[in-house]
Design a protein around this ligand. Structure first.
Ligand SMILES: [Zn+2]
Length: 178
């Protein structure tokens, strides 16, 4: 298995840095995403799965790196944001229903809810470029609302990122060992 792990947002070709969403006390989504991604990578490496970390603020580069490397599965890690500070919960996206990406999204979502105890916002479908143009089953995880002060402070504790990474890892194991 070759797993591409994309920490959403980050350094851009034009020299700028795309922070993603910014929490009420200043936590950057890109940093949170990277923390989760690194934890997931460590778990994948521990079972000797080939994995590639993609931390790039340019979506075309993310897609190109995934496709050039030839990933079996692509996982994009993000944190959610809303204008309502009470918005909370976790959700997982696939491009289209009915395929392997939806299957993976369903098991990851279930694991995410049980590991983090966050509200279950379900599996959703969206025309995101990283889901549509990556040439393997691809899912995007919105691992909590960084705009929610309570969730943001949870994110500042390492345990939350660790739980999210464990949930994604468990989901991958379930799908890939079939
Ligand atoms: Zn994001």
């Amino acid at each position: 298995m070759r797993i591409a792990v994309n920490a959403g947002h980050g350094p851009k070709d034009n020299g700028l840095y795309d922070p993603g969403a910014v929490g009420p006390s200043g936590l950057l989504e890109a940093e949170q995403n990277l923390k989760v991604a690194k934890s997931l990578l460590a778990k994948l490496q521990a079972v000797n799965w080939a994995c590639l970390l993609i931390h790039d603020g340019d979506l075309d580069d993310v897609i190109k790196k995934n496709n050039t490397w030839g990933a079996s599965y692509f996982i994009s890690i993000h944190a959610n944001a809303a204008t309502n500070p009470r918005a909370r919960g976790v959700e997982t996206y696939a491009w289209l229903p009915g395929g392997q990406a939806e299957k993976l999204a369903l098991v990851i979502q279930k694991e995410l809810v049980s590991k983090t105890g966050q509200v279950d916002r379900g599996v959703k479908f969206a025309n995101f470029r990283v889901l549509k143009y990556t040439n393997c089953p691809a899912v995007l995880v919105e691992a909590g609302f960084i705009s929610n002060p309570e969730t943001e402070s949870l994110m500042r504790e390492g345990a939350f990122a660790e739980k999210v990474a464990q949930a994604i890892f468990n989901g991958l194991l379930k799908i890939c060992n079939k």
